[in-house]
Design a protein around this ligand. Structure first.
Ligand SMILES: [Zn+2]
Length: 271
């Protein structure tokens, strides 16, 4: 296991971004700021690509803690419909010296399709030795309830024998904790990595783009419960601002870690 060059070290725990692909959204259709006067994106052109699109990185993070190799989320999978382009995750893992059978745990921050793409392929489990972990509220919402989603059922049902649902915050492995952060989906979770004095958080889709952390009044159309998602995001931003905690989000550009800082009363996202 050698090429962890782009990994972020948190104490003695490395966290590597694992790229699968990318997606393109019209920012004005997906991230709204209902109480803002004017075009909120006029101030955030730096977060858009040359075509004015919001480009979302698709992928996962790989954490090594002791003899555990933990994948946080599983990319968008083998898809290329123009808007969503995936397919690179296994190659990215291979470049890190990791084969699917090496992965010991897959934590799913939530069960939206762009986070579970490589959980199975054509009905077969992709990471044969992994324990799959997610919050029971998401399993209920996407797989078992009246709101269940056929695509999620097809994708996720095969992992049932290897699935461990949880409904409380807990330490999953040395230096790796999971915390419920509902709103984006009922069972969305944050993964907290700590070692020595260092700390990082993988926040899944609590925010899709840094603007949602620097300003409190955004709404994402992807959020199942927009009000709860906003309250969860706001509390998290308040906890993170001016802390030394590194933040990785599921779709931020290049899966780069950053920190949330304040200055002159305005939060900013710093790489
Ligand atoms: Zn997502």
């Amino acid at each position: 296991m050698s090429q962890w060059g782009s990994a972020q070290s948190v104490g003695d725990i490395p966290i590597a971004p694992v790229f699968d692909g990318r997606a393109f959204e019209n920012p004005r259709e997906v991230l709204l700021r209902p109480t803002f006067n004017g075009d909120p994106w006029a101030h955030h052109g730096d977060l858009l690509n040359a075509e004015g699109q919001l480009e979302l990185t698709m992928g996962a993070y790989l954490i090594r803690s002791g003899d555990r190799l933990v994948l946080v989320d599983a990319g968008v999978g083998m898809i290329n419909n123009g808007q969503y382009q995936g397919g690179g995750l296994l190659t990215s893992l291979h470049d890190l010296g990791v084969e699917p059978s090496d992965v010991t745990d897959v934590i799913l921050t939530h069960l939206h399709f762009d986070h579970v793409g490589w959980v199975t392929q054509k009905g077969e489990i992709v990471f044969p030795n992994a324990t799959y972990r997610c919050h029971s509220a998401d399993w209920q919402h996407f797989i078992e309830s009246d709101t269940a989603d056929d695509r999620a059922i097809r994708k996720l049902s095969p992992i049932a024998p290897r699935l461990e649902l949880f409904d409380t915050d807990h330490t999953m492995a040395t230096g790796i904790d999971v915390r419920h952060a509902p709103g984006h989906t009922p069972g969305s979770v944050i993964v907290i990595i700590s070692s020595g004095d260092d700390r990082a958080m993988l926040i899944g889709d609590i925010a899709h783009c840094p603007a949602e952390l620097t300003e409190n009044d955004w709404e994402a159309v992807f959020d199942v419960d927009r009000d709860l998602a906003r309250r969860t995001r706001e509390a998290l931003a308040a906890e993170l601002e001016d802390s030394t905690t590194l933040v990785g989000a599921a779709h931020f550009p290049g899966l780069q870690f950053g920190r949330l800082l304040t200055g002159e009363g305005q939060r900013s996202w710093m790489l």
